[in-house]
Write a protein that binds this ligand. Structure first.
Ligand code: TNX
Length: 547
């Protein structure tokens, strides 16, 4: 589906692009996210045909990334490397912090310093954003301006964890689109891709031991039409045939992400959001079913039966295969929106509660502690594989170990509670960071969304620290992520429309300290970023360009 945009929006963008091509001559530091420190001096250095020198101490992958950049420069500028006057030196410097970099441009010399792979990637990205967009498309650019101003840039990210999530369960995105998603993340200097692979409406990852998970669990009979709070009508069309990733495809995506400095964290959402698995293996549920892959959205009472040992065996077997595919230190085990109704009636779950002597209190019934039990089982099992777990903030409802990292989505207060209880947290506050929410207040003017309102400005103004936090508490916040749930996201175009340009704002809050932020400056710089979106054919929302 192509999004129809207001004609004025396009005109505004055209004006912006035109204006920008001049602005970039005057001030070439239109870089997003804004680097920590930028100094520009008189003079410029033309890097077309530059000679590249790379410190041999860098890793093979780093050297490959620099060579890739050299190749793009050659193709786009039309000048063979070594024919120009400039020299680009990439130097390994242990004085630079993790993922940080420095760029110094002076008389025919560009010095890039970094201590690791990601630092080099981000330095290259910064330089690319100052060059003609053909550096991205690799198409020859006749008469392009390949000069960099004399300058000194020093930069490092505010947060170590800079994530973006994608739900491929509700609607599926093939590996080509996932790779494009990773490309977009890399341009914005994000380093973590949270891949939500399973949910009530579809199981999308091949598990060799349980072939029915994909054979049966990937296909729903039909899908709800319209919004789930307002509609009862279905489209009558099966969805999901062949819409799952083979293990080889998963490995391909993980390797592709790694080449862009991105870690992939898989999520197997449990013990709720598991109806697709129940449809495939009904014995995993409290009642034994029958179940069907869910055709609508929201929260279902059908969840895994945690009382049966066989369910725990199943989960361990699934996670064993998952661990083999993902080198990430973390595995996300979900834990959100798990109604306890079925457990209250289930003899297996009740027997387990007795066996474990779980007792409720005025805040949480014994069944909440049953969920804490399954969380602990997963945590301990994954620890034997050298992995740590992340869970949605509902996992705090009960008793969990401090080793668990909490993803705080329902509001900052849950993140703060997690911090007080001694957990690391990742902030994904839905009021500011849910990219499935509508970008403007009047949702009737937009394609169907789940609701809510998250404008670019709301993303930009998000701040996870509070005045009351101690430094030790602040250090518990590993970083910020935006979530891209896809109940209503039915096409690649619409997916890109929902993440862009909000991702630019996200990137700036993941990188910049609050004092380094400036929304007015950010909007001005967006003109340059939009040129890149246009050149690469990314569909993006135009609201911020309409005056
Ligand atoms: C809540 S965020 C969910 C998802 C939905 C999303 C829609 C979270 C942990 N659970 O299952 O897709 O809201 O915004």
């Amino acid at each position: 589906m192509k999004i129809t945009n207001h004609i004025f929006a396009l005109a505004a963008v055209a004006v912006m692009l035109f204006w920008c091509s001049f602005a970039s001559l005057a001030n070439s530091i239109n870089v997003i996210p804004q680097p920590s420190s930028v100094q520009v001096f008189d003079g410029e250095c033309n890097i077309a045909g530059a000679t590249f020198r790379i410190d041999k101490k860098f890793s093979k992958e780093t050297i490959a990334a620099v060579n890739g950049f050299a190749e793009s420069l050659k193709l786009a500028s039309g000048k063979k490397n070594g024919r120009g006057k400039a020299v680009l030196v990439f130097e390994l410097s242990n004085d630079i912090v993790k993922e940080g970099y420095a760029i110094e441009v002076s008389n025919n010399k560009v010095y890039v310093k970094a201590s690791d792979f990601n630092g080099v990637l981000y330095a290259i990205e910064t330089i690319k954003q100052m060059l003609p967009v053909e550096i991205y498309t690799k198409k020859p650019c006749d008469g392009g301006d390949w000069t960099l101003p004399y300058m000194r840039i020093e930069d490092h990210p505010r947060f170590a964890y800079r994530g973006l999530h994608l739900d491929v369960a509700r609607h599926f995105f093939d590996i080509d689109q996932v790779k494009k998603y990773l490309d977009i993340m890399a341009i914005h200097k994000l380093n973590t891709f949270h891949w939500h692979l399973t949910d009530d409406q579809g199981w999308r990852i091949e598990i060799k031991k349980y072939p029915l998970l994909t054979e049966v669990g990937s296909i729903r009979k039909e899908t709800l039409k319209g919004h789930f709070r307002r509609s009862k009508e279905f489209d009558g069309t099966p969805y999901g045939e062949g819409m799952w990733y083979t293990q080889d495809q998963i490995k391909e995506v993980v390797a592709y992400a790694a080449s862009k400095g991105i870690t992939v964290i898989p999520e197997i959402d449990l013990p709720g959001h598991m109806v697709a698995a129940l449809a495939a293996y009904p014995e995993l549920g409290c009642t034994g079913g029958p179940y069907e892959v869910w055709r609508t959205w929201g929260i279902t009472k059908d969840v895994l039966c945690v009382g049966k040992e066989s369910t725990i065996e199943f989960l361990k077997n699934v996670l064993s295969e998952v661990c083999e595919l993902f080198p990430s230190e973390y595995i996300h085990i979900g834990g959100d929106e798990c109604p306890k109704d079925k457990w209250k009636e289930c003899p297996h779950c009740q027997a387990k509660i007795k066996e474990l002597c779980l007792v409720g209190n005025e805040k949480y019934s014994a069944e909440y502690y049953l969920q804490s039990y399954i969380t602990r089982q997963m945590e301990e099992f994954l620890a034997t594989k050298g992995k740590k777990i992340i869970g949605w903030d509902e996992i705090l409802e009960g008793e969990i170990s401090k080793n668990v990292t909490v993803m705080s989505w329902r509001g900052n207060e849950h993140g703060l509670e997690a911090i007080k209880r001694g957990h690391d947290v990742i902030m994904v506050n839905k009021g500011s960071l849910y990219f499935d929410y509508c970008q403007i207040k009047d949702s009737s003017k937009e394609p169907l969304t789940i609701g809510g309102h998250v404008s670019v400005e709301k993303v930009y103004s998000y701040e996870p620290y509070t005045d009351e936090m101690t430094d030790a508490e602040k250090a518990r916040i590993l970083g910020i992520q935006a979530n891209m749930w896809t109940e209503y996201i039915t096409s690649n175009d619409y997916l890109e429309y929902m993440i862009l340009p909000r991702l630019s704002a996200l990137s700036e809050i993941q990188w910049c300290s609050p004092t380094g932020k400036d929304y007015g400056r950010f909007l001005e710089k967006m003109g340059a970023m939009v040129r890149i979106y246009e050149a690469l054919g990314y569909n993006y929302a135009k609201h911020i360009f309409i005056k």
